[in-house]
Design a protein around this ligand. Structure first.
Ligand code: T3D
Length: 257
């Protein structure tokens, strides 16, 4: 069985981390395969990506048996060849990525989840910045995203103490968008992906670009970028369709063009 499951259905690319007996911990094979699948998601056919984990966990981060193996990958390679490319690919993908956190998300697993565009979690899911517990620092973009999402004070506390945070606490802190009760989680999280897959994909891409940029640019630069990206959005077929549908009082039929 492959460590990553991948399926395209109704314009959605479904990626499932699939090492359930290891709580979907990342080994090199899974990290590289995940990158291949993120690359496949560049296809025009896919208008939204839905990322989840198989079994009980979303992901327990780095496979610690692999790092303990003297023949396993070196730590610098783990970051430069596994996690950093994954985070970059997610942030740069020209369509929304939904992280559907179905269970525990620890270490790199937690930080890959929170770098996605829309993060939802099942009520019983938990988030753990597990790094300090094994003598490491947060990686996979965590030092960038976490303080920006929840503020410096809470980010420092969570990363230093390595506390387990419930999905509801994570939502209250601003780490994720919504929590759904366990019995409706799948249905509700699919619904978000389905909605996104029928929206004006290019406008969503430019929105993602603008908000990515907002983290690092100043006010004037951001207004300038909004101008450029809005002009690009206004040249899409979907914009024409959106305006026309409004005037004709009907539901728009966006094609992602
Ligand atoms: O050098 C580097 O490491 C660089 C890379 C850094 C990136 C990172 O992600 S560092 C952080 C690595 N992750 C962790 O430290 C988390 C380790 N796991 C845990 O703390 C716990 O397993 C959980 C809190 C995630 C879940 O706890 P619990 O009690 O619900 O489950 P469990 O029994 O501990 O785990 C279930 C199984 O998954 C178990 O397998 P077994 O014993 O039944 O065969 C366990 O060994 C396996 N598992 C869980 N996490 C990992 C793992 N196997 C390998 N690596 C893991 N990270």
């Amino acid at each position: 069985m492959s460590s990553i499951l991948f399926e395209i259905k109704d314009s959605i690319g479904f990626i499932t981390l699939n090492r359930p007996d290891k709580y979907n911990a990342f080994n090199r094979e899974m990290a590289l395969l995940f990158q291949d699948k993120l690359d496949e998601c560049k296809s025009k056919e896919i208008r939204c990506v839905y990322l989840t984990g198989a079994g009980m966990a979303f992901s327990a981060g780095q496979d610690l048996a692999e790092v303990a193996d003297p023949n396993g990958p070196k730590i610098t390679h783990i970051l430069s060849e596994h996690y950093n490319p994954i985070v970059r690919k997610i942030r740069k993908l020209s369509k929304p990525v939904v992280a559907a956190v179905n269970g525990v998300a620890a270490g790199a697993g937690a930080n890959i989840a929170i770098c996605c565009d829309i993060v939802v979690a099942t009520e019983s899911a938990t988030f753990i910045q597990a790094f300090s517990k094994i003598g490491l620092i947060p990686d996979s973009g965590g030092t960038f995203f976490l303080p920006r999402l929840i503020g410096l004070q809470k980010a420092l506390a969570l990363t230093m103490l390595g506390d387990k945070v419930t999905a509801t606490e994570a939502e209250q802190m601003g780490m994720l968008y919504k929590v759904f009760a366990d019995d409706v989680f799948k249905e509700q999280s699919f619904k978000i992906a389905e909605t996104l897959s029928q929206m004006p994909t290019k406008a969503l891409h430019y929105t993602k670009q603008a908000l990515n940029q907002a983290f690092i640019s100043g006010f004037e630069e951001q207004l300038h970028d909004e101008e450029l990206l809005q002009e690009r959005a206004s040249r899409t077929q979907d914009y024409k369709e959106g305006v026309l549908a409004f005037l004709e009082k009907r539901k728009p039929n966006f094609k992602g063009e």
